[in-house]
Design a protein around this ligand. Structure first.
Ligand SMILES: [Zn+2]
Length: 221
């Protein structure tokens, strides 16, 4: 996925991301603000508070402010807290007022988180909320709208990333499922279907061709 980088300069590492990190999970936040992702990151870099995050996501883009191999201060669980030392933080923008741009930001965040899970070979159990670490009601609007609903959005994205692509070059695409084997072999033997790509989708014209062949074969009468 396309990620815009505006990384904190190394002379601010001591304030924003003092520790090397090998991330173990993702921590989801809402900004409780109405600024776009680029502004959230620029502001985070500009100020001198020990508050930081890896990614901010709005309805249009993903902006990275801290490298993934450094920690960030976002989880409210202190300098040695698991959230702050092992969590890859994702801020979803526009949560203060919500509306369509927040809905879209959440969608992009779900896509991004799914691609991260796939990249790191992590399951959905690696997606945590800020609330898990400090009790703060964050990501507030995502929680209001339903945490499980957001996890399901991520799962849907993850499933579509993991789905094998259609096409006759896929080895496992050329073997029918056990439950379909008998019907598949029959359709092939009778010349109703050509016996290729058993797991591919069927188009309307292919369907018409199949029933036409079946009709002409006389097997319906
Ligand atoms: Zn938070």
């Amino acid at each position: 996925m396309k990620v815009v980088q505006n990384l904190v300069p190394t002379n601010k590492y001591s304030i924003k991301c003092p520790y090397p990190m090998d991330a173990e999970f993702i921590v989801v936040h809402n900004t409780a603000n109405d600024a776009p992702a680029a502004n959230e990151v620029a502001y985070m870099i500009r100020n001198n508070n020990s508050v930081s995050f890896h990614y901010a996501i709005d309805d249009k883009e993903i902006v990275q402010g801290i490298p993934e191999n450094r920690n960030a201060f976002h989880a409210g669980d202190g300098g040695n807290g698991k959230g702050n030392r092992k969590g890859l933080s994702v801020e979803i923008c526009y949560s203060k007022s919500g509306g369509q741009r927040f809905i879209q930001a959440e969608k992009l965040a779900a896509k991004f988180i799914a691609s991260k899970l796939k990249e790191k070979n992590w399951g959905i159990d690696k997606v945590k909320k800020h609330q898990d670490f400090s009790g703060k009601y964050c990501p507030h609007r995502t929680l209001d709208m339903g945490w499980q609903r957001f996890l399901n959005m991520i799962k849907t994205e993850l499933n579509s990333l993991n789905k094998p692509k259609g096409g006759n070059n896929m080895a496992n695409n050329n073997t029918p499922s056990t439950w379909a084997k008998e019907a598949w072999e029959w359709a092939k033997k009778e010349g109703i279907m050509d016996g290729n790509r058993p797991k591919d989708n069927m188009t309307r014209e292919e369907f018409a061709t199949v029933i036409h062949r079946l009709y002409k074969s006389g097997k319906l009468r």
